[in-house]
Design a protein around this ligand. Structure first.
Ligand code: NAI
Ligand code: AKG
Length: 357
């Protein structure tokens, strides 16, 4: 291998711009099932690194690594801010969930999760269903989001928290949280986005919807009388609220100047492409609900529920996401800061305290 070759590989991994204080990054391959995955354990200060597994057809392994590094860090902050005794991790499997996912592939993934001896605990994320986690559970006990381990699919709780967060955001910006007559653009109609759309519709909001998967859009038009828009134009819609519920990095230097909404509040992880994008939103007078604060309902359901128990505690704690966001918005105003800077500070304060203990 020549020197240039070596330096390219070196910079692609060890000098990766998203490489932070990650404790462990595991590259996993299983030729028989076609499994190519990356498991990133970011931080275990507060407990085992819990975070879902994403199945996505990344263009190249570098993009998959970027996602794993960013998503796992986000889980550390999410779990810390939500007051859970859990660290942060995440897994990505490079595959098209609608074409290449198989029971065998998920089982092989489960075997590799098991080899991490509980430092990483997996669950659902984009492209993964509770049935997939049942397959994973045949090879490891370090899995959540199944009915045997608690309340099952975390998505309805994520959606409940997002809905509360949208109401808290509306209260802060418009002076009331009545969503009847408000217009919302929901981008991504998967497990979480569709349920967020349903709650918005039930609350009387008019919906503009988008997804790259046409059947999901047709279903939302049918169920909610929604209007469809091209996914690439979802952020430009003439609406009060933009709710990103698909993938990350949708808020960036290109899209932010085009946003018409006064509020951005949705389920997607890692919505801001860079920290500067949060400041750009503030400058434009757009309120941003920090992603890992508003979308914590799923991890709350995973962390606080036991099999066979009802979901009252989980629902109460998830509903409180609205109060957490209201407090974040107020503190950001007082400190002339942005909501995500306040959320980061709150999470880092808890982590610093735990590291000293
Ligand atoms: N499932 C959960 O409990 C949690 C999910 N999240 C985040 O919420 C987001 C959605 O997750 P899920 O609903 O579970 O995933 P999902 O896989 O069920 O749904 C994602 C949907 O987004 C669509 N999509 C992908 N790219 C798109 C684009 N460019 N424009 C429009 N639509 C697009 C997909 O076709 C799919 O319908 C993700 O960012 C995930 O990380 C965050 C916390 C918990
Ligand atoms: O709620 C889940 O699916 C598991 C936690 C997670 O991966 C997330 O909150 O992004």
């Amino acid at each position: 291998m020549n020197a240039l070759h070596t330096s390219v590989h070196h910079s692609a991994v060890f000098d990766h711009p998203e490489m932070g204080e990650h404790e462990n990054i595991v590259f996993v391959q299983d030729k028989e099932t076609g499994l190519n995955a990356i498991i990133a354990v970011h931080d275990t200060t507060l407990g085992p690194a819990l975070g879902g597994c994403r199945v996505w057809p990344y263009d190249n392994p570098a993009d998959a690594l970027t996602d794993a590094l960013r998503l796992s860090r986000g889980m550390t902050y999410k779990n810390a801010l939500a007051g859970l005794d859990l660290g942060g991790g995440k897994a990505v499997i490079i595959a098209d969930p609608r074409k290449h996912k198989s029971v065998e592939l998920m089982e092989a993934f489960g075997l590799h999760v098991d080899r991490l001896s509980g430092t990483y605990v997996t669950a659902e994320d984009v492209g993964v269903s509770p049935e997939d986690m049942e397959a994973v559970a045949r090879f490891t006990e370090h899995v959540r989001g199944t009915s045997a381990t608690g309340l099952g699919d975390p998505s309805p709780y994520t959606a409940l928290g997002v809905f509360q967060g949208i109401k808290a955001s509306a209260q802060h910006v418009f002076g009331n949280d009545d969503l009847s007559g408000r217009t919302v653009s929901v981008q991504g109609l998967g497990h979480v986005g569709f349920d967020v759309a349903r709650q918005l519709h039930d609350a009387g909001a008019s919906l503009i919807v988008s997804d790259i998967h046409a059947p999901a859009v047709l279903k939302a038009i049918d169920a909610f009388g929604a209007t469809a828009v091209d996914p690439a134009e979802a952020h430009m819609a003439e609406v009060d609220i933009f709710a990103p519920c698909a993938l990350g990095a949708g808020l960036n230097a290109r899209t932010i100047p085009q946003i018409k909404a006064k509020v951005v509040a949705g389920a997607a992880n890692n919505q801001l492409q860079t920290p500067a994008d949060g400041i750009a939103l503030k400058k434009r007078g757009i309120l941003y609900a920090p992603d890992y604060a508003i979308n914590a309902g799923g991890v709350i359901s995973i962390a606080l529920a036991s099999p066979g128990e009802d979901d009252q505690v989980v629902r109460e704690k998830t509903m409180a996401i609205g109060d957490t966001l209201s407090a974040i918005f107020k503190r950001a105003e007082t400190e002339n800061s942005t909501p995500e800077q306040v959320a980061d500070t709150m999470a880092e304060e808890r982590l610093a305290k735990a590291r000293l203990a």
